[in-house]
Design a protein around this ligand. Structure first.
Ligand SMILES: NC(=O)N[C@@H](CC(=O)O)C(=O)O
Ligand SMILES: [Zn+2]
Ligand SMILES: [Zn+2]
Length: 360
């Protein structure tokens, strides 16, 4: 929880923004102590979140997603009406019948594709996309979106090119073979990805994280190695960051907010082989506001954060609001986690905006 948000200041002149309450269309909530530690940070501002299924073991069935959903609901603060939107982890053994069950469940909103070995807990992911073609056909038929971690794992491909090569080798053929399939290219990191998504906007969308909007790859090596800025897909060069800011702040409906907030205990980040993932939830909407303010596009933040996502997923917009006030506060150096600590994005530094509930 954020202890350091100052009390509301009604003084004239403080810049304020009222937004339809936003949603997070790409989130890692984890389980056990981590779930309890991180859930309030998201629920304080976001109404809903697409919850990623890369637990150990992965959430591969509707029954497992139902149990995980109950677990999340039970871990919420009593006053919260936050809604987890569940996903299933696609494996080469996922039966077509699971897709029908997912559609009928009413709480599964997408199927997550991890190329095996591409990222955290992706060992059970897909090695050969052709093996899941019958499942993709069922998703196309039922209108259930495919959510992609869009990086190839071919060790011959440079890590900075893995997203662009994924678009060429996997995404392009999948879109051609399943012309009615709805697809989200998750956490895009390159100008090429933004251009590609723009060119297929009827049925292809993309989430954009706040860390890819704020930072380029220099942030990984600022005065020394910075494990808390390591995530996948890895941060790219400045021209890509600028292209992502242009896409997010354009208001175009195919781009929407997905934090990819991905907490790992400090001990697993500050390590000789540290985990990939940036924990951004404690200041997510506030940091997006910084990005939009810097681009002179605060009037487009509501489209990106609150309207484009529900429209793509076929869900209603939220009816309540939040208030963002330009009032700085300091993010703690680290946050509580049973037996360890969590180091959030912007640790020990100032965040320009504060998020408050709207009184209405
Ligand atoms: N983004 C990351 O760097 N890590 C994510 C997995 C993912 O979204 O690829 C995680 O679960 O830790
Ligand atoms: Zn991913
Ligand atoms: Zn993720």
């Amino acid at each position: 929880m954020i202890a350091s948000v100052p009390p509301a200041d009604e003084s004239a002149g403080t810049e304020q923004l009222r937004l339809i309450r936003p949603d997070d269309w790409h989130l890692h909530l984890r389980d056990n102590e981590l779930l309890a530690a991180v859930l309030p940070a998201t629920a304080r501002c976001f109404a809903r979140a697409i919850v990623m299924p890369n637990l150990k073991p992965p959430v591969t069935t509707v029954a497992a997603a139902a149990a995980y959903r109950e677990w999340i609901l039970a871990a919420l603060p009593a006053s919260s009406d936050f809604q987890p939107l569940m996903t299933l982890y696609l494996t080469e053994a996922t039966p077509v019948g699971e897709i029908e069950a997912a559609v009928h469940s009413g709480f599964v909103h997408g199927i997550k594709y991890y190329p095996a070995g591409a990222t955290t807990n992706s060992e059970n992911g897909v090695r050969d996309i052709r093996r899941v073609y019958p499942v993709l056909a069922a998703m196309e038929k039922h209108g259930l979106p495919l959510l992609l971690h869009g990086e190839v794992t071919d060790p011959e491909v440079d890590i900075f090119d893995r997203e662009a090569v994924f678009i060429e080798r996997i995404l392009t053929p999948v879109l051609a073979d399943f012309p009615g399939l709805k697809v989200v290219l998750e956490h895009i990191t390159t100008a090429e990805a933004a251009d590609f998504v723009r060119g297929h906007s009827q049925r292809l969308a993309a989430t954009i994280t706040v860390h890819h909007l704020l930072h380029n790859r220099n942030a990984l090596f600022q005065g020394g190695i910075r494990p808390h800025h390591y995530c996948l897909p890895v941060l790219k060069r400045e021209r890509h960051r600028q292209a992502l800011v242009a896409a997010a702040t354009s208001g175009a409906p195919e781009f929407f907010l997905g934090t990819d907030s991905a907490p790992h205990p400090r001990g697993q980040k500050e390590s000789a082989c540290g985990c990939a993932g940036i924990y951004s939830a404690p200041a997510a909407i506030e940091l997006y506001a910084e990005v939009f303010a810097a681009a002179n596009a605060l009037d487009r933040l509501e489209a990106f954060a609150s309207r484009n996502g529900p429209r793509f997923y076929g869900l209603p917009e939220n009816t309540d609001h939040i208030r963002l006030v330009r009032r700085p506060w300091t993010m703690p150096e680290s946050l509580n986690l049973a037996g360890d600590r969590l180091v959030p994005l912007r640790a020990g530094e100032s965040v320009a905006w504060s998020c408050l509930p709207d009184p209405d």
